[in-house]
Each structure stands twice: as C-alpha cells, then as structure tokens.
Design a protein around this ligand. Structure first.
Ligand code: FAD
Ligand code: DLZ
Ligand code: SF4
Length: 507
C-alpha cells in the first residue's frame, strides 16, 4: 500500500508539512502540470516559465533527497488537465491507502481537496502549511478578539511570537515601526544593486519552448527570462540582497526611477511564495545583518514588517473573508481597464514605465503596483474584479491568497476599508514626490485643467467628489474634502468636466 502525496506548484519546499515524518519507501510524491492551473487566468508568459521550470527542478531535488516522484508533464497525452483528474489516475495506477497533502493556497483548490475523500473513498489528511507563521486558526483567534483588524497590531503580535527585533520584551530601537524614515527620493546611481541574472538551463529552455508554442497569446514578453528556478539560485539572490541592497532598502522603499526596475528591493517574493525560500529564515538573517552592524534598523525593521506583518496579515484576511471576498465592490466600480494595460502603450510616463516593466519582467515593486497602476485603476473607477484578474495574471509572485487582498482590498478599496482605513488614491503630486517620472512626461504635473494637465489631478478630485456619500465621513479624508470645499463652484465644475472628458476618452 502506498501513501500519495500531491505537491502543488507553490509547495516547492523539501521541508513541506506533507513530507514531514513520511516513510519515503511507502510514499509517492505526485507533481502535476495541468491545464486548469495554467489557464485559470492568462498568466504572464514568464510566470508560466518560472512555475513550470521551478516545478521540474524541484522534482529533481525531491528525487535527490530520496523521494519517489511521479511527474506529469503538460504535454503527456493522458493528462486529464486537473489536479483531481491526475490524482484519480494515480489512485488507479497504485494501491493507494491514503492521501496526505499540505493545505492549498487558495479557495479554488481547497474546494477540490475537500471533495477528494468522497470522490476517491480514501482518507485525505490535509496538513497545515507550516511555512506560514500564523495558521488560519491562530489568525481567527487574533481577529475574533478585536473590532478592527489593524495590521500594525497584528505585526506586533508576530514580533512577540518570533522574538524578531525584540530586546527583553521591547522592540529594538524603542519603536515598533520606522516607516517615517523610509520615504526618501532616489537619485540615479551607477552603483545601484541589480538582482542576479540566471541563464536558462536545458530544463528552462524546454519550458520556454513549450510556453512559446502553447501560450503565444498570453500577455508579457519571454525575452531575457533570467529568474532563479532552483532553491540554490534563489538563495544566491537572497545573499546578494542582504549584501548589496538591504542596507538602503528602507530609505528608498517607496522610491521610483525611470529605467530602474528593482532599486533596493529584494526581488524574492516569487521564490518565497512558491517555496524555494523560507520567509522566517530570511527574516532571521535580516535581523543578523542589523545585530552585526551591517544594515540599519529602519531597513531591517521595514523588511521584516513586510514579511511577518503584511504577508501573514493579507493571508489571514484572505482565508477569513471567504471565497466571496472576490465579489466585493464597495464603490460600485465597473469600468473596463484600458487596452493599454496589456501593451503599456500610453502617453502617461508613469504608467508606460510601470506597466512596460511589468510586461517585460512580470515584476513591479510595491509602490509602483499601489500608487501608480492601482491608483490609476481606482481613480478611473475600474471594475475591481477585472483589476484583480490583471494583477493575478501579470506578476511572477501572484497567487490569489496574497494578490487578492492586496489588489481588491488594499489597492481598490473593494472591501470598504478592511485593509486600509482610506483608499490609496493620490493626485500626480505624490508620484512626482516619490519618482522622476513627471520630468519625462508630456503632461504637466502642476496643472489640473488643460490639454497638457496631468490626468491624475482632475481624476483625484473627481473621485473624491463622486464618492462623497461613501467616503465623506472618513476621518482620514477630512483634509482633502475641506480643500475641495474651499474651491469655487466654477473651479470644481471645471475639474469635474476635465475628469469627465478624460474618462470619456477611455471609453
Ligand atoms: P520587497 O520590497 O523586497 O519586500 C520584501 C518582502 O515582503 C517581499 O518579498 C514580500 O514577500 C513581502 N511583502 C511586501 N509587501 C507585501 C504585501 N503587501 N503583501 C504580501 N507580502 C508583501 N505580493 C506578492 O507576493 N504577490 C502578489 O500577487 C502581490 N500583489 C500585489 C498587488 C498589489 C496591488 C499591491 C499593492 C501589492 C502586491 N504585492 C504582492 C505586495 C508587494 O508588491 C510584493 O510583495 C513586492 O513588490 C515583491 O517584491 P520584492 O520581493 O522585491 O519585495
Ligand atoms: C500558477 C500555477 C501554474 C501556472 N501551473 C501549475 C501547474 O501546472 N501545476 C501546479 O501544481 N501548480 C501550478 N500553479 C500553481 C498553482 O496554481 C497553485 O499551487 C495552486 O494555487 C495551489 O493552491
Ligand atoms: Fe504620471 Fe502625471 Fe507625472 Fe505624467 S505628469 S508621469 S501622468 S503623474
């Protein structure tokens, strides 16, 4: 009798909970490339290459570690196209006594796992995913005891739980959060670190050929694919980040520069999310950089907060809010995204730059995603579900549990403020403050009215005016509404007409 252990494409860790304590002689690990997963959104071509190549390399790593692995390729003639279909075929091939699996990363796949005991008439043990610090039960216990789910308080719990940056029960440096120090504008710098580039090996080249043939119409470019696809190379990128970028990560966390795609960011999220790197291990190593005097506290605290704070928190929200979270649309937005979201062909430099780099590399950093692309989508009243699909398909690190709360919740205010106490909207002034984009743009960021006025400006005020009923009482928006009210009726009318003209041009 055999125990079947299905391992999904975001479970590429040798210390996965479903493998722990299992007898290698009695177990078969099943890895499956399936049409359902490759087509549930139109994934960026590089995302497909990354996941399929990382899966193939991981199968080799498992074999080297002594596991018997059955690997189903997308082109296998018998491939049924779904996880359930492939488990069914494996059950028919072997005398399976039990299925052991680590819980899935999203509701869609969780529903499949729940159906397996009935479909297969077998015991299915679904294990907690121990790569996360906070289990669903622990998050529920935290959330049930409070009226507001503020990330900052959750983060403090995670600091206490892990002991990260704690000195005798108190936060290192006397403060929990050093975000105020982390808003510097960056200058072009020839010494700026670059993420390591990894040449595609034979396995990756095979996958590139497959994606070229099967997914030719998917968005994004395949040119220059150079991401890591093994745990060893992901580790090399982690070392490079700690050595070259972490010390300035904090200072320039929110900065944006034309032609600079990565700045001092880690570019590790794809590897963490698919399992090649362990998030807590990275945080402990970041803390060591601080303790040993190689990186300042504002950088290290900022980095650790993103991982044990935001990353764990959005996962908690995703599972707490349930499968219909995706349907929330607090502001009732319904506009389709402009076609140029899939080409980058717009005369707004900030958007051409951020969407252009996204199509070229399947990556953009947080502020580009939030304050340029997401900001624009929110200001034009884009349908939050379509915005969610765009982010899910386009980024290398996108899996629904992490992408949906960030996009629909934080960025599009679709949940009415569960993740952020006010919508993340701004005029062109914020983009101008944090980047050099406006200096390269045909629009004038200082103007609200006129043919060459920055579209963000009129759209920003129009957004506030048209959502007054829902947002007017938000305490964090008191100042902007006051500023709006101080403007003359004729100025207000001109602003709204300018926004209306722009919105019509999108249709
Ligand atoms: P760094 O800037 O180096 O940050 C360090 C690490 O912190 C990241 O590697 C990541 O693991 C974690 N992190 C930082 N911010 C967040 C966050 N808000 N939520 C979760 N983890 C975070 N991140 C994803 O991993 N997948 C997504 O699909 C995703 N979609 C996003 C959509 C929107 C609209 C926004 C605003 C943010 C999204 N993020 C997502 C968060 C963030 O943009 C990326 O984690 C980050 O840009 C990854 O690049 P990095 O590894 O260089 O991150
Ligand atoms: C994203 C993705 C893609 C594109 N393809 C596969 C695949 O063929 N096989 C697989 O096991 N996983 C894939 N993934 C990642 C899964 O969608 C992800 O592991 C599930 O969301 C699990 O919840
Ligand atoms: Fe973007 Fe406006 Fe600046 Fe142009 S002027 S880059 S549209 S913010």
């Amino acid at each position: 009798m055999t125990i079947l252990i299905p391992v999904f494409g975001d479970q590429l860790s040798l210390d996965l909970s479903s493998l722990a304590d299992m007898d290698q002689a009695d177990s078969i690990v099943l890895m499956m490339e399936v049409a359902d997963e490759t087509t549930y959104v139109r994934h960026h071509k590089q995302k497909l290459v990354y996941i399929l190549s990382a899966m193939r390399h991981h199968a080799e790593a498992l074999r080297t570690a002594g596991w018997r692995v059955e690997y189903i390729h997308l082109y296998d003639p018998e491939n049924s196209g779904s996880f359930t279909g492939e488990v069914a075929r494996a059950v028919a091939r072997h005398e399976v006594s039990q299925i052991v699996v680590t819980e899935s990363g999203e509701w869609r796949v969780a529903a499949m796992l729940d159906a397996w005991p009935t479909i297969f008439g077998l015991s299915v043990e679904i294990r907690v995913d121990t790569r996360f610090l906070c289990s669903h039960a622990a998050f529920a216990a935290w959330a049930d005891s409070r009226s507001e789910l503020t990330m900052e308080f959750f983060y403090r719990e995670m600091r206490r739980k892990t002991g990260l940056l704690m000195d005798e029960g108190k936060p290192a440096g006397g403060r929990w959060n050093f975000d105020k120090d982390n808003r510097k504008r960056a200058q072009a710098d020839l010494l700026m670190p670059r993420p390591l580039a990894f040449s595609p090996d034979a396995i990756t080249r095979d996958v590139i050929a497959l994606v070229k043939e099967r997914f030719a119409d998917n968005p994004g470019s395949l040119d220059g694919f150079d991401y890591a696809v093994t745990a060893q190379d992901a580790e090399r990128q982690a070392v490079s980040f700690f050595t070259n970028a972490l010390p300035q990560f904090g200072d320039f966390e929110d900065a944006m520069l034309t032609g600079e795609r990565f700045l001092w960011h880690s570019i590790l999220s794809p590897y963490i999310n698919s399992g090649l790197l362990n998030p807590l291990d990275l945080c402990r190593r970041a803390e060591t950089e601080y303790r040993e005097g190689r990186a300042p506290l504002n950088s290290v605290e900022g980095y650790i907060r993103q991982i044990i704070g935001w990353r764990e928190y959005v996962r908690g929200i995703y599972w707490r809010e349930g499968p219909d979270y995706v349907d929330r649309n607090f502001l009732g937005h319904s506009r389709a995204l402009p076609d140029w979201f899939w080409t980058g062909d717009t005369d707004m430099h900030c958007l051409a730059e951020t969407i252009g780099q996204t199509l070229a590399t399947a990556h953009a950093h947080h502020i580009q995603r939030l304050m340029v692309i997401g900001n624009f989508a929110l200001l034009i009243g884009a349908d939050p579900k379509q915005v969610h699909h765009w982010y899910l398909e386009i980024y290398l690190d996108a899996y629904e549990w992490v992408e949906l709360p960030n996009t629909l919740g934080m960025s599009q205010f679709g949940d009415g403020g569960l993740l952020g106490s006010k919508p993340y909207v701004s005029s062109g002034a914020y983009i101008n403050r944090m980047s050099d984009y406006c200096g390269h743009c045909c629009y004038d960021v200082g103007k609200r009215i006129g043919e060459d006025a920055c579209p963000f400006n009129a759209l920003y005020w129009d957004f506030l005016a048209r959502h007054r009923e829902k947002l007017g009482k938000n305490r964090r928006l008191t100042m902007p509404y006051r500023t709006w009210d101080r403007q003359s009726e004729s100025d207000q009318a001109k602003t709204r007409a300018q926004a209306a003209e722009y919105l019509t041009s999108l249709d």
